[in-house]
Ligand binder design. Structure first.
Ligand SMILES: Nc1ncnc2c1ncn2[C@@H]1O[C@H](COP(=O)(O)OP(=O)(O)OP(=O)(O)O)[C@@H](O)[C@H]1O
Length: 130
């Protein structure tokens, strides 16, 4: 079956394959991207910390959105890096700009995630200590 035929698949099989491809992407970034391993490690620590201080459901929801945002953005960054490498294996200023801008998107969101994390944990941490 050619690539064009595969793309025409419909229904449940297509849905199943979409999940398989998505998990292949997840496996790839987990294996090859050090930043992703760091994000995931930090996220797991924060989740354990959240369980310790017994965050409220609303605080959990915000925390999950922020953690998911950082991880998803890191994946989009990796995808952009690979596409840039595919279309421009030579040095090119535009290739550099594309990678730098994608990386700064992760940076900005990560910095905001830290601020949101401080806001979320501040009160529960004070109560946990006292
Ligand atoms: N083809 C290119 N042309 C010009 N500059 C590039 C090119 N490729 C990378 N760069 C510059 O080098 C920086 C690092 O690129 P690289 O592909 O190593 O990204 P990285 O974030 O280190 O990737 P990884 O997460 O896979 O280690 C880019 O942000 C960009 O400034």
């Amino acid at each position: 079956m050619g690539w064009g035929e595969k793309r025409k698949r419909k229904g449940f099989r297509r849905l199943l394959h979409s999940f398989v491809y998505a998990f292949q992407g997840l496996y790839y970034v987990l294996r090859h991207e050090q930043n992703m391993q760091i994000h995931l490690g930090v996220s797991l620590l924060i989740i354990v910390f959240g369980l310790m201080v017994e965050l409220s459901p609303l605080r959990w929801a915000i925390l999950m959105i922020v953690i998911g945002g950082v991880i998803a953005l890191e994946m989009v960054n990796t995808a952009i890096e690979r596409i840039v490498d595919l279309v421009s294996s030579d040095f090119h200023p535009l290739a550099g700009i594309a990678k730098d801008v994608a990386a700064s998107a992760v940076l900005i969101f990560s910095m905001i995630a830290v601020v949101v994390g401080i806001i979320i944990f501040f009160e529960p941490l004070l109560q946990w200590i006292s």
